[in-house]
Design a protein around this ligand. Structure first.
Ligand SMILES: C[S@@+](CC[C@H](N)C(=O)[O-])C[C@H]1O[C@@H](n2cnc3c(N)ncnc32)[C@H](O)[C@@H]1O
Length: 497
């Protein structure tokens, strides 16, 4: 299903200095070619940040794309590219570059006749009647590509509401692809976008402009477009994503990993007002838990409705008070709870399987586990304050657990405070002398401070600890590299030095 867009532009990002050595370690493996190893890492990173899942059969195409990106960015090795992708400056723009090339922005006006008939004849009239008293409707086209879907909704409402100007209509279109959003804002389309539109409608709302068609200002001004990643859109955090009467999220989930689909679907459900509808592409939500949504089956299509008892939104709600967008800060911090896989069964010390200490995410204390899961999730989304709060709560439950300190150290590094990070990492090691990730993280900081002796010492300890582990033990805190992969990388590094 994945399509590959031609590379259209160069990223203007500059490269930050060396990334944490801890992270470099995790990206190395002796068992695979560096290209294959970093391909695996890039896939995991993209999936973690955007939800986009690259299938194995598309690996070749991804490899070609990465080579092209490396050439354009003048990076000489897959490892350098991975570091750039995961670094402060690189990650947002470059991740967007990859994301937009790993999906297709294919769309057109009134795509799917059946669903638009359902919207026109059933869902929108029902919502219009329900909102008649407050004369306000809120609609979101999530994953709108170049805007045809959002504008189709605007045209429908224009037809359905003769006194439209007396209504407060908020129609939001969002997409991860900034170029697509730019195009949407322009509102100028080629004939190809009208393949399902009859001539009358096209002439009513568009006028020819050179070889293309420009949307009338009256309809264009009805829609607000924003760039944003659906995996990071947290309803309730900004006004934009609350109290939606209708959300269309169609032909987006097909590109995403199942856990990302579940998360986004839950977020979209939260963003709906009571009684509001979510419409997806046919079958896209089929195997997923629906939580607050119930399935409504219509002749033309299925729609998902949020339980009415979840509350009807405030009649005084004012669309013009909406601000912000989907842009939530990104983070280099990795979430082992998203990445974690089962450690090897024959491991002597299961705690070490995280690259962390005995209590880490294997902790038997459920409260701690869920706190840390939430902490990593927030950190992964760049919500560092919430992540730090979760860590502090975790201390209360389990003051001797090292993992919260380890995450706090990463947060301190992310905030540009290596002194604090070092102090926290020393605390991690004090609490759990077998916490490999902490030694590697410290080695990275010492190296950046040109303290080669201490860096070497930290790496040597990590190497000793790895030597005592089964080679196939998976290190969740180190991107699921195996102990053997990491060990041979460290040995090679030492040989090179
Ligand atoms: C095939 S288009 C769908 C357009 C429109 N909804 C339709 O059905 O015609 C899929 C769009 O999803 C966007 N997309 C993919 N992953 C996304 C994410 N994590 N957040 C936001 N948009 C995403 C892509 O950039 C692409 O423009």
């Amino acid at each position: 299903m994945t399509c590959w867009k031609p590379c259209a532009r160069l990223s203007g990002i500059t490269r930050r200095g060396a990334a944490s050595v801890g992270r470099i370690m995790e990206t190395a493996a002796a068992a695979m070619t560096p290209e294959a190893f970093f391909l695996k890492r890039v896939k995991a990173l993209i999936s973690g940040r955007t939800g986009i899942h690259v299938r194995e059969q598309d690996d070749g195409a991804l490899q070609t794309l990465l080579r092209e990106r490396m050439r354009l960015l003048k990076l000489s090795s897959p490892e350098e590219y991975y570091r750039f992708l995961d670094s402060g400056e690189g990650r947002q723009q470059e991740q967007e570059q990859l994301a937009t090339r790993l999906t297709t922005g294919e769309t057109y006006f009134f795509r799917d006749k059946g669903q638009f008939a359902l919207l026109k004849n059933t869902l929108l009239p029902e919502l219009i009647e329900r909102r008649g008293a407050i004369r306000s409707l809120r609609i979101w086209s999530a994953g709108c590509a170049s805007g045809e879907e959002a504008y189709s909704l605007a045209m429908l409402l224009d037809e359905l509401l003769p006194q439209r100007t007396e209504w407060n209509l908020f129609i939001l279109g969002t997409d991860i692809d900034p170029e697509a959003i730019e195009k949407a804002r322009r509102g100028i389309y080629t004939q190809w976008s009208f393949r399902m539109v009859d001539d009358g409608l096209q002439r009513k709302y568009f006028h020819p402009r050179r070889e293309q068609w420009a949307l009338s200002e009256r309809i264009r001004s009805m829609v607000t477009f924003r760039t944003g990643n659906l995996l990071r859109a947290v309803p309730g955090e900004t006004v934009d994503f609350r109290d939606m009467d209708l959300i269309l999220c169609r032909n987006v989930f097909i590109y995403l990993a199942p856990n990302a689909v579940s998360r986004i679907a839950a977020n979209l459900a939260d963003a709906l007002a009571g009684g509001g509808y979510l419409v997806t592409g046919h079958g896209e939500l089929h195997p997923h838990q629906l939580g607050k949504l119930r399935t409504r089956i219509f002749a033309e299509s299925v729609a998902y409705q949020r339980n009415v008892e979840c509350g009807i939104r405030n009649a005084e709600f004012k669309p013009e008070s909406m601000t912000g967008g989907l842009s939530i800060p990104h983070s280099t911090i990795r979430n082992p709870h998203l990445e974690a896989r089962r450690p090897a069964a024959n491991m002597a010390n299961p705690g070490v399987a995280n690259g962390g200490g005995a209590a880490s995410s294997q902790s038997p204390i459920p409260n701690l586990q869920s706190r840390m899961k939430s902490a990593w999730l927030h950190a992964n989304l760049g919500e560092l304050e919430q992540a730090a709060n979760d860590c502090r709560q975790a201390f209360k439950t389990s003051p001797l657990d090292a993992e919260p300190y380890y995450l706090l150290a990463q947060i301190a590094e992310e905030r540009g405070n290596p002194g604090e990070a070092k102090a926290l990492l020393k605390k991690v090691i004090y609490l759990d002398p077998a916490f490999i990730a902490a030694y590697l993280e410290l080695a990275g900081i010492y190296e950046r401070e040109n303290d080669a002796t201490r860096a070497r010492k930290m790496r040597a300890t990590a190497q000793d600890l790895l030597g005592k582990m089964p080679g196939d033990a998976s290190l969740a805190l180190l991107g699921n590299a195996t102990a053997g992969e990491l060990l041979s990388y460290l040995v090679k590094q030492k040989d090179v030095a």
